[in-house]
Design a protein around this ligand. Structure first.
Ligand code: C5P
Length: 402
């Protein structure tokens, strides 16, 4: 992903500066290499030692430090970066950037910079809404600076509103997107994930145990590979994956409507565990127990097959449609028949018989079934599986283009 790419991270003096440590950690996990500058204010919130320990290299603080200039001048710091990331970007540093001030190492490096710049603003809501701050941000945007966040929520100052630093993983994903020569750049992807809930009455539903982990991991991997990714998900306890547009639904019919509204796309991955049936009627009031009475009968209706709908030939059919098949026996044989029935291009078939721990677990073991036959993949974490699948998707689409 970010392997071999270097980020010059500038940590300015805001309370969210401590989150920059997590940015370094999560970025390094994804292969990014960091050089870090702390402003004077930044060094009040996080120490150069903790930054250096996480980044694996010295944290730079002084413009007029003989050692720093001898080891690594401010010009070299920016020249050797592929991206300059300012996180948190304070109102003060944003103003300096907009006005071209250079009175410390951070602002001087920024002025000497010719690399792409991403800023993650963080400040009090009233500060963020100030026309002066908004004008400075608009100036930077107009000059090609990318901005991630801020988000809304509780602020460290006790107030509530816009101004929260974007989540570290979202910042890393935004950085990866800019850095990405993304194999899927320019392509659109759609992923379904999680279970569906089919209402019986206002409080009861038919659902299943799908955790959404695999589908969410695939959506995150597609986004990290540069695809514009839409995730349509049923109820799960997972956070929205970074870098994706997410539509939350409950029922299969709602999932179908969201999917149809997201087409056309180039790649579709149906990882949702869509309920096969739904109650024919949803009671408008909570169904009552009758003392000594018969339990109610629930008539079921078959739900639409979302994967088959996406795969059906037509002008909006994606170039590559991938489904999942959860089987408990004769996995390859059943999944091969399913691929033909649903007219999708690939099926990832997994054995979910008891004891495999696939449902809700962190790992997955699949066979990839395509027109060319079946291929057994080793047991992988759901994240690794998602990354391998995305690599295969990229290879397939590249082969199809050339
Ligand atoms: O038919 P079965 O549920 O075994 O097929 C599994 C595959 O079909 C998965 O990719 C699942 O996301 C998709 N599916 C669907 N809509 C349904 C049922 C399954 O998209 N109603």
């Amino acid at each position: 992903m970010g392997v071999g790419k270097r980020v010059l991270l500038i940590i300015a003096g805001g309370i969210a500066a401590y989150k920059a440590l997590d940015i370094i950690r999560r970025g390094r996990e994804r292969g990014l290499d960091f050089r870090v500058i702390l402003t004077k204010g930044g060094a009040e919130f996080v120490t150069p030692l903790s930054v250096a320990s996480l980044a694996g290299s010295k944290a730079y603080t002084e413009l007029f430090s003989l050692t720093d200039e001898a080891e690594m001048g401010h010009i070299r710091l920016v020249r050797e970066a592929d991206l300059v990331l300012v996180a948190p970007a304070t109102a003060d540093l944003i103003a300096k950037m907009a006005h071209g001030l250079a009175d410390d190492l951070a602002s001087t490096a920024l002025l000497a910079n010719d690399r792409p710049v991403l800023i993650a603003p963080s400040m009090n809501v009233v500060m963020w809404r100030q026309p002066a701050v908004q004008a400075n941000v608009a100036t930077l945007r107009a000059r090609g600076v990318s901005v991630v966040g801020p988000g809304a929520g509780d602020l460290a100052c006790g107030e509530v509103g816009d101004g929260r630093l974007a989540e570290p993983l979202d910042i890393v994903t935004a950085a990866l997107k800019i850095l990405s020569d993304g194999p899927l750049k320019g392509l659109k992807a759609l992923v379904t994930s999680g279970p569906t809930f089919e209402a019986i009455d206002p409080v009861r539903f038919i659902g299943n145990r799908s955790s959404g982990k695999q589908g969410h991991a695939i959506a995150a991997a597609l986004a990290a590979a540069g695809a514009e990714t839409m995730l349509v998900t049923g109820p799960t306890s997972l956070p929205d994956p970074a870098g994706c547009k997410v539509i939350h639904i409950e029922s299969a019919n709602e999932m179908l409507a969201a999917v149809e509204g997201s087409l056309p796309v180039d790649i579709a991955v149906a990882a949702a565990a869509v309920s096969d049936w739904r109650p024919s009627r949803e009671a408008q009031q909570k169904m009552k127990k009758r003392e000594g009475g018969e339990p109610p009968r629930i008539d079921l209706t078959t739900n639409p097959d979302i994967l088959a709908t996406i795969s059906a030939p037509g002008p909006k059919r994606p170039a590559l449609v991938i489904g999942f098949a959860a089987e408990t026996e004769n996995v390859v044989e059943h999944a091969t028949a399913k691929r033909q029935r649903k007219q999708c291009d690939w099926i990832l078939a997994n054995d979910v018989s008891s004891g495999t721990g696939t449902f809700g677990g962190a790992d997955n073991k699949v066979h990839l079934i395509s027109a060319a036959g079946s291929e057994e993949w080793p047991r992988l974490s759901k994240t690794e599986l998602a990354e391998q699948l995305v690599a295969r998707i990229a290879a397939q689409l590249k082969g199809a283009k050339s």
